[in-house]
Design a protein around this ligand. Structure first.
Ligand code: ADP
Ligand code: F6P
Length: 320
């Protein structure tokens, strides 16, 4: 392949820039032209792109967000949208495409591959919810951000003998909540993958803990469960502990990526271009047992990821 494109799609994630940098530099160093496509599939359809070089990706490795911007593109979910995108690739001489995003973006990459443009996906999402990969770019930074934010919430929670109910991101996955919940010593963690009962898992646990002398509590709730305001009110009514709800929100998606995210993004970006260089498309790059590997996009999209139930048990056994 002589000319490739790179885009970022769906929710941005810290480390996407490091991945773009790796794609551009690997492409350039291997004699390819690399087009940076702005605003994901929307930019591809509209032909919003420019040629990148070694220097256009200088000074981005440490920045959150994505220098290529990101978007959700409803039109791309239609055959007409995919046809326009494939046509835009042909018109601009793009032989292959690197798509950095989540599983929605990979569905798009699968459809575009079917239309004759070989695509390689790189998992970029703070949710860590890509089944074929143990790890997704942005996850570590987001967990650390949550930990820092909740540590601050803990200071004021403790000062007032309160309970803080904190909602963390994760559209339908509890990885962020579970791991960050352990890191902040949450009394209870509620995630969509594990059935829960408010009376048993929140109120009773708090009462038991109160008997041991504990006076302040952190409850972590995954976004997929939600309802933190109502839960805080219920806790206050039933336990008498003054409670506050906090939705951490988009602060979790920003910030300078951690070492882990920068390194994973660099390795994956390099690997993706090597696949295209060898004429291999329709693949998703993934991390398995700390090694970068790749899967067929269809296979990757059909895989299921489960939460570590043992970790969930550990979390609750030691948070009393
Ligand atoms: P993520 O990639 O983070 O999961 P989204 O689900 O928002 O984010 O998807 C990003 C983009 O991928 C969408 O705006 C759309 O353009 C494309 N996409 C999502 N789902 C599909 C689908 N089923 N078929 C084709 N394209 C899709
Ligand atoms: O997929 C990443 C994510 O941050 C989810 O955790 C969250 O549910 C969603 O994106 C939020 O999307 P938006 O930025 O459109 O509100």
């Amino acid at each position: 392949m002589k000319k490739i494109g790179v885009l970022t799609s769906g929710g941005d994630a810290p480390g996407m820039n490091a991945a773009v940098r790796a794609v551009v530099r690997t492409g350039c160093e291997n004699g390819m032209q690399v087009m940076g496509i702005e605003r994901g599939y929307t930019g591809l359809i509209n032909g919003e792109m420019y040629e990148m070089n070694l220097r256009t990706v200088s000074d981005i490795i440490h920045r959150g967000g994505t220098m290529l911007y990101s978007a959700r593109c409803p039109e791309f979910k239609t055959q007409a949208g995919i046809d326009k995108a494939a046509e835009s690739c042909r018109k601009n001489g793009i032989d292959g495409l690197v798509v950095i995003g989540g599983d929605g973006s990979f569905r798009g990459a699968r459809d575009l591959s079917l239309s004759g443009i070989p695509c390689v996906g790189i998992p970029g999402t703070i949710d860590n919810d890509i089944a074929c990969s143990d790890y997704t770019i942005g996850y570590d930074t987001a967990m650390n951000t949550i930990m820092e934010m909740v540590d601050r919430i803990r200071d004021t929670t403790e000062s007032h003998d309160r309970c803080s109910v904190v909602e963390v991101m994760g559209r339908s996955a509890g990885y962020l909540a579970l791991n960050a919940g352990i890191a902040v010593g949450a009394t209870t963690i509620l995630i969509p993958e594990v059935p829960y009962d408010i009376e048993r898992d929140v109120i009773e646990r708090m009462r038991r803990t109160q008997k041991t002398g504990k006076k302040h509590f952190i409850i972590i709730v995954a976004e997929g469960i939600g309802g933190v305001e109502a839960l805080a009110r219920e806790i206050e009514e039933k336990t008498g502990v003054e409670s506050r709800a906090t939705i951490l929100g988009h602060v979790q998606r920003g910030g300078s990526p951690t070492v882990r995210d920068r390194v994973a993004a660099s390795e994956m970006g390099n690997y993706a271009v090597k696949l295209l260089q060898n004429g291999i498309g329709n693949r998703v790059v993934a991390m398995q047992k700390e090694k970068v590997v790749d899967f067929d996009i269809y296979e990757a999209l059909n895989m299921k990821k489960s939460i570590d139930l043992n970790l969930y048990k550990v979390a609750h056994e030691i948070s009393i």
